[in-house]
Write a protein that binds this ligand. Structure first.
Ligand SMILES: Nc1ncnc2c1ncn2[C@@H]1O[C@H](COP(=O)(O)OP(=O)(O)O)[C@@H](O)[C@H]1O
Ligand SMILES: [Mg+2]
Length: 263
């Protein structure tokens, strides 16, 4: 399937309407994460009640952050985040997200032996495997993954692990698990550091410029019901700063740059 012919994601209304039936839990998962169905749509459901408390994010706020991440993605128009809504479910209110059927043969983020970074890939860091052999964490160098990295800069994503990048059959990539986003303090933790120090592309800058507008209008208004008002203001500041200096940042060293474990 080519990227252009991939099936469209359901509109938010399709996920809000209809009964949600659960089929099971996703394991392993750090929060209570269920798989279910609304009509013939397969969905993920994370009830607020099942959120694991964290020291640095307010309790019961992760579902709202996941929906805020979807709204930011929708405003950007890059289709990073699958359709996500807040609604009632069998375990109370929570976030419901369209399930994406991935292509298990593809890997956008990978660990390879030694320093063999293949063509078309970007190097993130070197380490040792369980037998002390050198390995490298790498990710693909594609426009669609770059856009996800730009999205993460704006959303201040503190949890972009390899497993939070879904490889879709036609080559598209969706990002998932956006509960740790929109903090007012810098917290970017990601495996997508492969473009650090490089200038943003024209379309990426264009997307950020559109976001500055949107954040001062409808998007800012809708985000303010999902995350704190100071977090919406910080999002606008991050966009503006990126437009002033349109370059992928390098890790600051002030906090862990890579989520652990990275997958
Ligand atoms: N929208 C989705 N489409 C397909 N698979 C998903 C989706 N959301 C989650 N998953 C699967 O469920 C796993 C756990 O979901 P995740 O959002 O990471 O939950 P947690 O917050 O518990 O870490 C993911 O690693 C992925 O395999
Ligand atoms: Mg996760």
């Amino acid at each position: 399937m080519s990227e252009d012919s991939r099936p469209p994601l359901p509109p938010p209304a399709a996920l809000v309407e209809g009964d949600l039936t659960l089929h099971g839990r996703v394991m392993p998962a750090s929060n209570a994460t269920f798989v279910g169905e609304i009509g013939d749509l397969r969905v993920v459901y994370k009830p607020v009640r099942g959120e694991k408390p964290l020291w640095d994010f307010p309790d019961h706020s992760l579902a709202g952050r996941e929906v805020a991440a979807y709204e930011l993605s929708a405003a950007l128009g890059w289709d990073v985040v699958p359709t996500t809504v807040l609604r009632e479910g069998p375990h109370g209110p929570g976030m419901v997200q369209a399930w994406c059927e991935v292509d298990a043969e593809q890997a956008a983020v990978d660990i390879v032996p030694g320093d063999e970074v293949p063509d078309g890939w970007r190097h993130v860091f070197d380490g040792l495997d369980a037998e002390d052999r050198p390995v490298a964490l790498i990710h693909e160098d594609t426009p669609v993954l770059r856009r996800m990295a730009v999205f993460d800069l704006v959303a201040n994503n503190a949890d972009r692990k390899g497993g939070h990048v879904l490889e879709m059959p036609g080559g598209h990539r969706h990002g998932i698990d956006h509960g740790l986003t929109f903090h007012h303090e810098p917290k970017l933790r990601t495996v997508l550091w492969g473009w650090a120090g490089e200038p943003l592309a024209e379309d990426e800058i264009g997307g950020l410029a559109d976001l500055v507008e949107a954040l001062q209008g409808d998007l800012g208004e809708s985000l303010s019901h999902l995350v704190r008002v100071d977090e919406v203001a910080a999002t606008l500041r991050r966009c503006r700063r990126l437009l002033e200096e349109p370059v992928f940042p390098t890790p600051s060293g002030e906090w862990p740059a890579i989520p652990w474990p990275p997958f």
